[in-house]
Design a protein around this ligand. Sequence first.
Ligand code: HSO
Ligand code: ZN
Length: 428
Amino acid sequence: MKLIKYPTKDQWTELLKRPALNTESLFDTVRSIIDKVRAEGDKAVLEYEATFDKVTLSSLAVTPEEIRVAETLVSDKLKAAISLAKQNIETFHSAQRFVGKKVETMNGVTCWQKAVGIEKVGLYIPGGTAPLFSTVLMLAVPAKIAGCKEIILCTPPDKEGNIHPAILFAAQLAGVSKIFKAGGVQAIAAMAYGTESVPKVYKIFGPGNQYVTAAKQLVSLRDVAIDMPAGPSEVEVLADASANPAFVAADLLSQAEHGVDSQAMLITTSEKLQTEVMAEVERQLAELPRREIASRSLENSKLILVRNIDEALELTNAYAPEHLIVETENYMEVAERVTNAGSVFLGALTPESAGDYASGTNHTLPTNGYAKAYSGVSLDSFIRKITFQEILPEGIKTIGPAIEEMAANEHLDAHKNAVTIRLKAINK
Ligand code: HSO
Ligand code: ZN
């Protein structure tokens, strides 16, 4: 971790840089995998599963029997925890339901919007060292509430061809329609173009490594929508002298353990806290099973001391963190002034882990500064709002002449005629 004291403004850009990702070189590899899956379907996916996931599969689809067995392997305690989380995610996302009201913009001219779920969505759950069954809930629960008809899930199996039972349990609980054993680029390509067994979807969601991210970007250029550009996970803690150094250290480490390229930052107005957090991180790190990963990620981490809360906020809004934890005395006032962040956690008793798992908010969030322009996944991510309008005789009479005038001046006479012909008909 780097200790930085009172940086000047011209140092900010360098300070706030995310660990560099070299994506250029992998696009060619990713493109060739996508093309092969597109051309050869299941056969190519099965081959890539053998190459990359080191597993020999006879088919991609998870069977009902496998789901039944998985359910027996998840403890009652974990089932109860997953069910509690699911309930809160459902409650929070249900409250986001959009009800379009009919608006009469002029007498006889009525316009409205209606939310319609995206019919087919694909959820990607990465493999790797942590079985992210929480992400299954974060994506499948809102998809279900939105009314998506087909919810496909792809996740890589282990070398024996099995998927982590908690992933299967969560998927079943949340109402996923079909689960496939496929990971990486081949899974993204299968969902983007469809294969004999994997249905083609209209939008792909979910986190992944650099290859998965590159694949999502490539398929989204033409063929399918994606949730958002994703990068390594990050957290910033904004704290003053009132913060508990052990809590702050625990929050930084909970981010750092995600992966070697994760980023954890502290921006503080207290020099004492800065020193104490540094020592606390070392102490807690030594106890962590994932300390290898966390300590490598901490190499990218910075503990930054600034002069006052105003400066802390300015730096925070410039960084636009995916997760922001505010541990200051007057955290509500500070929160009011946050303009760029994915998800904000307020007060000493609100760790990021709460939002990662069970409070109800979504944990699929914009990273890499995208919080300046993007929201995290929400119910909106799974719907489209279709606009409708209805014009009655008094309406076309009122707005018709304005449309004719505008169309004529854009030199689009057919547009003008579409109105003129109607005005004539109703004036007969
Ligand atoms: N912090 C991650 C989500 C997660 N954490 C899943 C634990 N499991 C990205 O927001
Ligand atoms: Zn997390």
